[in-house]
Design a protein around this ligand. Structure first.
Ligand code: ASP
Ligand code: MG
Length: 457
């Protein structure tokens, strides 16, 4: 049994859904369970609608809902034969009537809570799974729609509900496994679930990958396939460096380090439930289905290259906190981190000396207030337009001299912060934002010109 998850762009229109159907057909012997995201951009639009309704702007909410309705009708119309479509059309109509009813209710109250937001947001996956199941059946697959709210049991923290694994696994075993065993293809929406009491929840943005991993782990799948619109993880951003190559296999830890940079592809934390059970996760391209993609495994095979990837993230601000008085005083770092916590600003890279700390954060509007708060503890300076560069590879752990090679390549580059150690598999430093392209290109040339063919394509 395998889980095949199709992301928003892989179900964005009738052509994409037809492609998905033929990809699933090609895997029938592996007994697929299909998990789908909402059609591309739909979740964003639903959230916009909910907010509009919440602010009392009923017209905007209903107008948006109408355009969503049209897109789903058109897609279904293109996928289904007339006879089937007319029956299906009324089902879709019921869904959209219910959605509009909900929006009118929210607008009347003029308030949208996380719980009602979830009711709205869930429509994306409810509709896409409905359409995909119908379209797959029309293509000759023995598809069966499963309402994920009957399987994915979560707590009641709306908009980022945590799945209750035992309960969920038990439901998957009773509601989904028998379908697979009977040779059917279950089609489920990702991202959505319900509390034990049956109240609709969602598990956080990008949550369909997480759903797929949980479903795969619960059903002891042989593999989880994440179908998206890129060939997999790359050695670096091809837009910055045309020589970027595909990584064939990467360890979970390496992929996790890259998540912060490459979240567009997949947030590895979301596939942890699968990796923990040693189920390999593949990132595959539905626009190029013959490409073997990237395999994420609990442990990567040996690779003779020092690094798997170089990533960069721009729009970073460095915050320097210096307190000469604090020499040898304990509790200083705690006080600093408490300030970040109060302002809900996540910290990424940290470098410390005896009397000062430098931290990086994504540039954002709460920095001035945070800095003012920190200024009650110490001297504070902050500076934007920085970038984090991160080299990732398990080999960093064992190979001496790697840092020397990296920095001897960059003798003319002003390095603002350096961090190595925490995970032992990444070397991170901070530079001026405008130097990112040349730094990436230079490092890529040095570290990725003679590649291990087992690991890189
Ligand atoms: N549709 C949801 C989102 O856009 C979940 C997902 O696609 O993974 O966040
Ligand atoms: Mg996604």
């Amino acid at each position: 049994m395998i889980v095949m998850k199709f992301g928003g762009t892989s179900v964005q229109d009738s052509a994409a859904i037809n492609t998905a159907a033929s990809i699933v057909k090609g895997r029938l012997s592996q007994k697929p369970v299909v998990v789908v995201s909402a059609m591309a951009k739909v979740t964003d639009q639903l959230l916009t609608m909910a907010r509009a309704a919440g602010s009392g702007d009923r017209k905007t909410a209903l107008d948006l809902s109408r355009s969503l309705r049209e897109r789903h009708y058109n897609t279904a119309g293109e996928l289904l034969h007339t006879a089937i479509f007319s029956k299906f059309h009324s089902e879709l109509e019921d869904s959209f009537e219910a959605l509009d009813e909900l929006l009118r209710g929210i607008a009347a109250v003029g308030e949208v809570t996380p719980r009602t937001t979830d009711h709205v947001a869930a429509y994306g996956e409810l509709l896409s799974s409905k359409i995909c199941a119908a379209a797959f059946s029309a293509c000759g697959l023995d598809a069966m729609l499963v309402d994920s709210r009957q399987c994915m049991v979560t707590d009641n923290v709306h908009m980022r509900a945590a799945p209750l694994m035992e309960e969920t696994h038990a439901r998957l075993r009773t509601k989904v496994r028998p379908l697979v065993e009977a040779g059917r293809v279950p089609v489920m929406g990702g991202f959505i679930g319900a509390t034990k009491a049956g109240v609709t929840t969602t598990i956080g943005r990008g949550g369909s990958d997480y759903s797929a991993a949980i479903i795969g782990a619960g059903l002891d799948a042989q593999a989880i396939e994440i179908w998206t619109d890129v060939d997999g993880m790359m050695t670096t951003d091809p837009n910055l460096c045309p020589e970027a190559r595909r990584i064939k296999v990467i360890s979970f830890d390496e992929a996790a380090e890259l998540a912060y940079f490459g979240a567009k592809v997949l947030h590895p934390a979301t596939v942890l439930p699968a990796v923990q059970k040693n189920i390999p996760v593949f990132i595959l391209n539905s626009r190029n289905p013959d490409c073997e993609g990237t395999r994420i495994t609990a442990r990567a095979p040996h690779c003779r290259n020092s690094f798997k990837a170089i990533a960069a993230k721009k729009r970073i601000t460095i915050i320097d906190v210096a307190a000469p008085r604090m020499l040898l005083v304990h509790g200083f770092l705690r006080a600093i981190f408490e300030a970040f916590d109060r302002h809900r600003v996540p910290v990424d890279v940290v470098s410390t000396s005896e009397v000062s700390v430098s931290l990086t954060v994504d540039s954002n509007e709460s920095i001035p207030a945070l800095a003012a708060d920190l200024a009650t503890l110490a001297d504070v300076k902050y500076e934007g337009r920085k970038a984090i560069v991160c080299l990732v590879g398990e080999n960093l752990r064992e190979t001496p001299g790697v840092a020397a090679r990296v920095f001897s390549e960059l003798t003319d580059v002003k390095i603002r912060m350096i961090s190595q150690g925490a995970s032992e598999i990444n070397l991170t430093f901070v530079i001026e934002e405008d130097q990112v392209p040349q730094v990436i290109q230079r490092l890529h040339k040095v570290f990725f010109s003679d590649l291990d063919p087992e690991v890189f394509a």
